[in-house]
Design a protein around this ligand. Structure first.
Ligand code: SF4
Ligand code: SF4
Length: 378
């Protein structure tokens, strides 16, 4: 099923304000004064979509949205999305359902434009099923408390196909899409977009700059964009690229300061899709990124069950990739230490039994990778 011009949110501006990484004051609370200024710039740019979640900053994100947005602008000046979470903190079914009331109180609204079941993954969909949340969220739409419903998604196309087939009345979904993850096995952005398109379901985009890493990409990628000579920020290439995809309701940028809002608004308030020449530039950037040394682990975890030392192999590889792909050694070290401490084991604890290499469908030289990680991150 192809997207039609009147699909949900056709007129939604292509940049949305993600409220997950809001600026903080020294005491750790959200800097509402700065958020208010950011909101003003965003709305002045004729942009309207705001995205938060019950769990963001333990509710402080929703509270900040009320103070910076809801209490300062008429209700028809913006749309707002929040999300119910059935797995963080292991809530009961009743507690999850009560999140809607609490979110609306925190936000100070009497209806929500968009409401999502939050971050469906392979290891948590069962909770959404067992709690009856699919029927429950439709009842909320029927009651008028929410206008559109869907789910945000962190799994592969087979699961997405099953969900969109099971719930054909879904209004929209939220997918991770960026130029680094189009073919990335652990994300499968292109394949997920194809499933959404086949069902005619539009989607909002999360992580368009991959947690900020594409705002400061590897040198080889920066050189490609610099050579294009447009003088655009690296973030703008990433955001305009995903905003050009068919089916995109809006691209959520998790903005953290006034400068980021100004930059994003400068090229997104009157967005036009990338030209064929510009798409070719991004294709070159993707090629340059593919040439960056990295561990091509798909995070399938086939290797971990039989490891006698219980080494969290894919998580160590993910940390190492922060150094290899994004030249961010400090972040690689931080992630490695956090993972090693949580698991109580280091890469150097590998006894080289070889069990994992026999199980790896990607035929990765796991033992030598672990030795390199022990050498560079321990
Ligand atoms: S080779 Fe090392 S990482 Fe692989 S299963 Fe054996 S102990 Fe675990
Ligand atoms: S089996 Fe291979 S691809 Fe899968 S998680 Fe382990 S190292 Fe990564």
């Amino acid at each position: 099923m192809a997207y039609t011009p009147d699909y949900l949110g056709y007129d939604t501006p292509k940049l949305g304000f993600g409220l997950m990484r809001l600026p903080k004051l020294e005491d750790g609370s959200i800097d509402v004064a700065q958020v208010s200024e950011m909101v003003d710039i965003f709305l002045d740019g004729v942009l309207t979509y705001f995205d938060t979640a019950y769990v963001y900053d333990s509710g402080a994100s929703e509270e900040a949205a009320r103070k910076a947005l809801v209490e300062r602008y008429p209700r028809d000046a913006y749309t707002i999305c929040t999300k119910a979470n059935a797995w963080l903190g292991s809530p009961t079914a009743d507690q999850v359902k009560d999140q809607l009331r609490i979110s609306m109180e925190r936000l100070g609204v009497d209806y929500l434009d968009y409401y999502l079941l939050h971050a469906i993954q392979d290891n948590n969909q069962q909770a959404y099923d067992d709690f009856g949340l699919w029927d429950w969220i439709r009842e909320q739409k029927a009651s008028g408390l929410i206008r559109h419903w869907g789910f945000s998604f962190h799994a592969g196309p087979e699961r997405l196909e099953r969900l969109l087939t099971a719930y054909p009345d879904i209004d929209f979904i939220q997918l991770q899409v960026n130029y680094a993850d189009m073919e990335e096995p652990s994300v499968q952005a292109r394949a997920n977009m194809e499933v959404a398109a086949a069902h005619g379901v539009p989607f909002t985009v999360m992580e368009p700059v991959k947690g900020g890493t594409l705002a400061n990409p590897p040198r080889a990628v920066r050189e490609v964009f610099d050579a294009a000579g447009e003088g655009c920020s690296y973030a703008s290439w990433a955001i305009r690229y995903v905003a050009s995809m068919p089916g995109v309701l809006t691209v959520l940028s998790g903005m953290s300061n006034v400068e980021q809002v100004r930059d994003n608004v400068s090229y997104m308030s009157s967005f036009t899709p990338l030209t064929a020449d510009e798409m070719a530039v991004v294709a070159k950037a993707q090629e340059a990124l593919a040439g960056v040394d990295q561990i091509k682990c798909t995070a399938c975890h086939y290797c971990t069950d039989g490891c006698p030392m219980q080494i969290p192999i894919p998580d160590f590889f993910k940390a190492m990739n922060r150094k290899l792909i994004f030249e961010d050694e400090a972040d690689a070290l931080r992630r490695y230490r956090h993972t090693a401490e949580s698991a109580g084991v280091n890469a150097s604890d590998c006894i080289q039994c070889g069990q994992c290499e026999g199980a790896c469908p990607q035929s990765l030289p796991i033992i030598s990778y672990l030795a390199r990680i022990a050498d560079e991150l321990e």
